[in-house]
Write a protein that binds this ligand. Sequence first.
Ligand SMILES: [Zn+2]
Ligand SMILES: [Zn+2]
Length: 346
Amino acid sequence: MLAYTYVDRGRFELRKKPRPEIRDGKDAIVRVTLGSICTSDLHIKHGSVPRAVKGVTVGHEMVGVVEETGSEVKNVKPGDRVTVNVETFCGECYFCKHGYVNNCTDPDGGWALGCRIDGGQAEYVRVPHADTGLNRIPDGVSDEQALFVGDVLATGFWAARISEITEEDSVLIIGAGPTGICTLLCVMLKRPKRIMVCERSEERRRFVREHYPDVLVVEPERCREFVLANSDHGGADVVLEVAGTEETFRMAWECARPNAVVTIVALYDRPQVLPLPDMYGKNLTFKTGGVDGCDCAEVLRLIAEGKIDTTPLITHRFPLRDIEEAYRVFEERLDGVIKVAVEGGR
Ligand SMILES: [Zn+2]
Ligand SMILES: [Zn+2]
């Protein structure tokens, strides 16, 4: 089968590999029908994910059809349409039982697919702990609608869930890339009084204005004064930082009112500085990533009910054999791209 492979720092290649096989009773083999490219894939490509293993098939955002299951798999069966979770988790350890599945202590626990074990930018993928890692797609929900459930949308849902948002709040979201928009969609479900989105790219600001007209949009240069003018208590009640730069990290706590919750969703390339003397007396609560992707069934239900729709994010489609070009468009942000959909090999 075809599998997009992390060869070396800076180099991915479409290679031929044997089709994966069941290795453990809890495994399932999924035929990938639709996949996507995530910014984390680019982090692997550029060598900033030290635990990524050379030779691994990349890709951790995908939906497909169960082809085969191990003897212990109970929740899915061959023929089921499923979303694949970015995180592998056992469902039984201390962290899993508390919903902190990102910190699952299983050897395959956490983000393994497309990083430490073969992922889904391929025709088939082996999913360990299939009972927790796969969710059946409800009838009437398309592959396109379900594509982001296991990763970027799981992240947005988790970020909104932990941010303690109330209906009185003015919420600031920094960054309107794919994860930022997924975060926005999930924050909207909490019905806060105001939502502000700060985004550098004019194209992406326009996207937010067009699709979500009730959301206030601002560029970084005017963000602080804008938040001050549009909040009731000298800053945002909740800030979600999804952009991942030094500038936006600083902006996140600067735009927060005293005693606000600041949720750091972004993944940074470098350490960030918390200037505690400057922040003294602000009494902020920081919450940090990464995602506990354990709400996929609920997210799928919200999609089926029409309460979340991420299909406008899919701006480009490519067959698996052209994945190189899909990466080029995504990485260089050409042609107004937000997310690409990569169609399975068969
Ligand atoms: Zn990802
Ligand atoms: Zn676990």
